[in-house]
Design a protein. Structure first.
Length: 178
């Protein structure tokens, strides 16, 4: 094996996020001290890490029903989120950012645990009922995007029957049928 192959292979392994799947919670969380654990209510850092990995697995599988079932409270998503496909609630960029991050072993102060980066995150926390998701940052919040609003405004000028017959499929989850 030549040196350049090793370097290229080494760079590939270093930059490949899927290599993190072999890391166990015990290895990833070895740096967390007892004081941090006591200060934050005696949580188990390995459970925190494993719950973050569970979230990542569900995101990778695009398993929206199970992901939403992990919510501790109202997740402030589009009211139709339970009826939507994964990619209608979360963008590819959102999923990429969540999958690229390493789950935390210690909380970020009073805010709890996060996985993801920038405006694309999942916040999770330990409650009396176990681990659960507090909220999603960067998911749909019930507002329609600019393209959908533009299409919607153009249909307002049509009479009711024409308007109904020409509704684009992507508007249908947002239209209440009586």
């Amino acid at each position: 094996v030549s040196v350049s192959t090793v370097l290229v292979l080494g760079f590939y392994l270093e930059s490949n996020p899927s290599t993190r799947t072999d890391v166990t919670g015990a290895v990833a969380c070895a740096h967390v001290d007892r004081h941090t654990i006591r200060m934050h209510g005696g949580y188990d850092p390995i459970e925190a890490y494993d719950f973050g990995r569970r979230i990542q697995r569900l995101v990778a599988e695009e398993n929206l029903p199970e992901l939403l079932s992990l919510g501790l409270y109202d997740l402030r998503l589009d009211p139709f989120a339970h009826e939507m496909d994964f990619e209608e609630v979360f963008s590819k960029e959102w999923a990429r950012d969540v999958l690229a991050d390493t789950p935390a072993c210690a909380p970020y102060g009073w805010r709890g645990f996060y996985i993801g980066s920038g405006g694309n995150q999942v916040s999770y926390q330990l409650s009396d009922n176990g681990w659960g998701i507090q909220w999603f940052v960067g998911a749909t919040d019930g507002t329609l995007d600019a393209e959908v609003l533009r299409d919607f405004k153009s249909f307002l000028s049509l009479d009711a029957l024409d308007w109904y017959q020409q509704i684009p499929t992507r508007l249908l989850p947002h239209v209440v049928v009586g």
